[in-house]
Design a protein around this ligand. Structure first.
Ligand code: ADP
Length: 491
């Protein structure tokens, strides 16, 4: 386990990236990066504040108006492909930093590689979206012509969570580079290191100074300052509903464009005709993957009553096969939660669940040689009702609520009885049921006989309290652009 060398990058105190240079934060203070598998200090990183945000936004603005604005779509595509190669060449180190910093097993963080390759190539293919087209002469008068342009919105503030920054940051950097925007990234205080290393590699392959900037620090300081800043044109946020509401309010000053991807309490519906050999592991990993710290997690597993008990038994057996441990250990499938605070929050929900439903499996913090880390067993509650707290609130831990239902209509009613609308799933061998349920779930994304698959070229998003704005696909690129028309009198 300890044969993997700690990356040299993790030495010393990490600085802020502003205007192409690594600079000290105005506060002179730093934050500890803790390895959640061991509770040990990995390194320290800069505690930015509003002054640093000012500097970063000014550098992003200068870059937006400077030579970067003369990059052609072809130049931006070449740059994105160089970024792709730089990231791929250093991926083993990036996966290791991510595992050490946020706990996900190496098997998972290494597994991002191919997906990230596809994602970067997708954004490289989209650089022509920021362009112009001439329209045919119109009805105003002879000799008039119009040009329709798609213009980059400007400086984008990216505020991301800790549950997978190595992937999540690309929903900002990818479309920003594709469209000619510039970015100020604020990683989460619990997992900032991979974002810093990725940004360093991007500078090394030639991303012009100021095009990407990183200000680490706390949400109330850096995040709030970005959301309020009059020089930021758009915010891309992933995180909790309460923070999103604060961002909506803070963004009012200059009417920023917003993209908000928030939490969920996604229903994963297992019909009696499902192939349980696929549905049991599929629905289980739909919750337990990344220790349940996934916004699209299918945490409400709705199971048709005739198979409820069998499903729970098989899920319990499956959960016992999941190897939980330090993500550096070969074979480990589930790592720790991100922090002591998050562990306590999730344990609170386990206690609440044990009062209101039937704890079928798990629920214990792991001890022994894992006692210093923030580990929780995969946890299953059975015979849950949808009005119970554990079925209503997002837990963000490896906790599944199995809810019995009788008819497909009832399943849809339960599925949609939530404030959220991010994702959902259905397991069935009937084509008509698959269609009916996938149409009937009110969410931005639905999976049929699979869970969590995301194609960068298609994307995903939410509705209701899960937010708005699409990540991935053409819509995402277009949301970094605004339309503009120029009318010409050629007479
Ligand atoms: P979680 O509860 O999953 O940590 P948060 O919404 O608190 O989700 O955090 C997501 C991101 O939002 C983090 O980078 C965090 O620092 C940032 N953040 C927290 N509070 C604010 C705020 N008031 N304004 C802007 N960003 C914030």
């Amino acid at each position: 386990m300890n044969q993997l060398a700690t990356p040299a990058f993790l030495q010393g105190t990490k600085k802020l990236l502003i205007g192409g240079r690594w600079v000290d934060p105005a506060s002179g203070q730093s934050i500890e990066a803790i390895n959640p598998a061991t509770g040990e200090l990995l390194c320290r990183f800069a505690q930015g504040n509003a002054q640093d945000v000012d500097r970063a936004v000014a550098s992003a603005r200068q870059a937006f108006e400077g030579p970067w604005s003369h990059f052609t779509p072809h130049d931006r595509r070449k740059l994105l492909l160089r970024v792709h190669d730089g990231i791929m060449d250093n991926f083993e180190e990036l996966a290791l930093i991510e595992t050490l910093d946020m706990g996900a097993p190496l098997a998972r963080t290494r597994g991002y590689k191919e997906w990230l390759s596809q994602l970067l190539q997708f954004y490289a293919s989209q650089t022509g979206a920021a362009g112009s087209v001439a329209t045919a002469p119109m009805s105003i008068a002879p000799g008039f012509m119009a040009l329709k342009h798609q213009m980059p919105v400007g400086v984008v503030g990216g505020i991301i969570p800790w549950n997978g920054p190595l992937m999540g940051l690309w929903w900002i950097y990818g479309p920003a580079l594709a469209t000619g925007c510039t970015a100020v990234l604020k990683p989460a205080e619990d997992a900032s290191l991979s974002a810093l290393r990725v940004s360093e590699l991007m500078m090394e392959v030639g991303v012009p100074e100021g095009v990407i900037n990183v200000v680490t620090g706390y949400g109330k300081d850096v995040g709030q300052a970005l959301a309020e800043h009059m020089g930021v044109d758009r915010i891309a946020f992933t995180g909790s509903v309460g923070t999103a509401q604060a961002i909506v309010r803070a963004s009012a000053g200059n009417l920023k464009r917003l993209q908000l991807e928030l939490g969920g309490k996604s229903p994963d519906i297992v019909l009696a005709d499902a192939d349980l050999d696929k549905a049991v592991p599929g629905a289980s990993m739909g919750v337990f993957t990344n220790s349940g710290q996934v916004c699209v997690a299918g945490t409400r597993i709705l199971v048709q009553r005739p198979i409820h008990d069998e499903f729970v038994e098989r899920m319990k057996a499956f959960a016992k096969t999941i190897q939980v441990g330090n993500g550096l250990t070969p074979g480990v499938q589930m790592g720790p939660l991100i922090s002591q605070r998050q562990l306590e929050r999730v344990m609170h929900y386990v206690d609440v669940g044990a009062q209101e439903a039937q704890l079928a499996s798990g629920g214990q913090r792991l001890g022994g040689n894992l006692a210093q880390g923030f580990f929780l067993e995969p946890t299953i509650f059975a015979n849950v009702r949808n009005d119970m707290t554990i079925a209503r609130e997002e837990i963000f831990g490896p906790v599944a609520s199995v809810i019995p239902f009788d008819t497909v209509e009832e399943a849809l009613k339960i599925a949609n009885d939530t404030q959220y609308g991010l994702a959902g799933g259905v397991w069935t061998q009937s084509l008509s049921h698959a269609h009916k349920v996938s149409q009937g779930i009110r969410s931005g994304t639905v999976w049929v006989n699979c869970y969590g698959v995301i194609d960068p070229a298609v994307g995903f998003g939410g509705t209701k309290m899960s937010g708005y704005g699409w990540k991935g696909g053409k819509e995402h690129v277009e949301s970094f652009l605004y339309p503009k028309a120029s009318y010409f009198n050629l007479n």
